[in-house]
Write a protein that binds this ligand. Structure first.
Ligand code: SF4
Length: 370
């Protein structure tokens, strides 16, 4: 009953979006991964660019890692891009380029959890699996007036069960897309448009006037703050980038050489001297700096400072480490970097700084405390 009203509403005028015009599991998979944690208006240009660069799973599997990360730049949660790339190779090598139809087989692929597996299985192959994303969770918690936090393990279990019960097993592709559309357009987080909702008569939250109290969410605390001072070391033509090889959310992305600090302390002359000496830098000019740029990650906050260090010595003469790369300032934008580093590049106006006069050498002993 609920499902047929929902589907009729959806069919009467849903938004036309490129991934709704196709049954291609590759395109559906890409759209679902991009749209996790991202609004449609933000995700759409990324989707179009991604598909233009990698129109099928073979092209994605053949691409260089840095090209995939660059296409993802700005979307955050970079492990999603790395998993897309890894899974594309599995699909090509193990499944000869054909996406598995089976939900449980999909779940074995890197980066594919219950939500994405249900979306691909139902939308591409019309298999009866109910999706549960943030929009659907909100609709269901209101429809059934569920007060258990939607982001708790128990809450997810209850909501998934309800989503499964509501699913139209004969039209799962339409049902799932209609549910997500209702959450995005009608059952909005702050101001649900209940007067336009096709499910209003059966909605427990609306009937008891508690729709604005739902869904309940438990808070995820930012557990740790890290202070970091980035050094933009340049000779006026080139700059040093550092590639993140270890795990973590910035794996395989580039940032700048950095000094990690305790939260309440700023960089001292001694710390900077030690760091620059490692490169063999004895004279330099500090051309710009900023402090306290806040960048919130899932469970921690980065407090970032930076200094632009212009050295009279050519960077090729410096001692750099194996994960550092000397790149032309003009090429800086070609490298995949996290949003914070993108912001620092903009703020530091590296292009302008490097076009300025030759550096006036300054001894590191004369460096003021930052
Ligand atoms: S009636 Fe209101 S609260 Fe209930 S599902 Fe519809 S939009 Fe959401």
């Amino acid at each position: 009953m609920i499902s047929s009203e929902l589907i009729s509403w959806y069919q009467s005028g849903h938004r036309k979006l490129p991934w709704r015009e196709t049954r291609d599991p590759y395109r559906i998979w890409i759209s679902e991964v991009i749209l996790q944690q991202t609004r449609i208006d933000q995700g759409l240009p990324y989707y179009n660019r991604f598909i233009a660069l990698f129109p099928d799973v073979f092209m994605l599997a053949r691409a260089r890692n840095s090209k995939v990360l660059k296409a993802w730049q700005g979307l955050g949660y970079y492990s999603r891009a790395l998993n897309l790339h890894k899974t594309s190779k599995t699909i090509v090598n193990k499944y000869k380029g054909v996406f598995p139809e089976d939900y449980h087989e999909l779940l074995k692929l890197d980066g594919i959890g219950p939500y994405t597996a249900a979306a691909v299985a139902s939308i591409a192959y019309n298999k009866p699996y109910a999706v549960l994303d943030g929009n659907v969770a909100r609709v269901i918690s209101r429809l059934f007036a569920i007060r258990v936090p939607v982001n708790s393990a128990t809450g997810k279990k209850i909501l998934q069960q309800k989503a499964n019960e509501l699913l139209d097993g004969k039209r799962p592709a339409l049902h799932n897309q209609a549910m997500m559309e209702l959450g995005a357009l009608i059952c909005k987080p702050q101001a649900p448009l209940c007067s336009q909702c096709p499910l209003q008569s059966g909605c427990k939250a609306f009937n008891t006037g508690i729709e604005l109290q739902l869904p309940v969410k438990q808070r995820n605390h930012v557990s740790q703050t890290i202070r970091i001072h980035y050094l933009l070391i340049t000779d006026g033509q080139k700059i040093i980038l550092s590639r993140r090889n270890s795990g973590g959310i910035w794996k395989h992305l580039f940032d700048f050489p950095a000094i990690e600090l305790t939260t309440d302390k700023k960089l001292t002359v001694q710390q900077l001297q030690r760091k620059l000496k490692n490169y063999g830098i004895t004279t330099f000019e500090r051309s710009g700096s900023a402090e306290g740029l806040k960048h919130i990650l899932t469970h921690r906050m980065l407090l970032a400072d930076y200094s632009v260090i212009k050295t009279g010595k050519k960077l090729s003469k410096l001692r750099t480490t194996s994960n550092e790369k000397i790149v032309s300032v003009e090429d800086l934008k070609k490298y995949p970097v996290p949003r914070l580093i993108e912001k620092i590049i903009e703020l530091a106006e590296i292009d302008r700084i490097t076009r300025k006069r030759k550096p006036k050498a300054q001894s590191i002993r004369q460096l003021p405390v930052l």
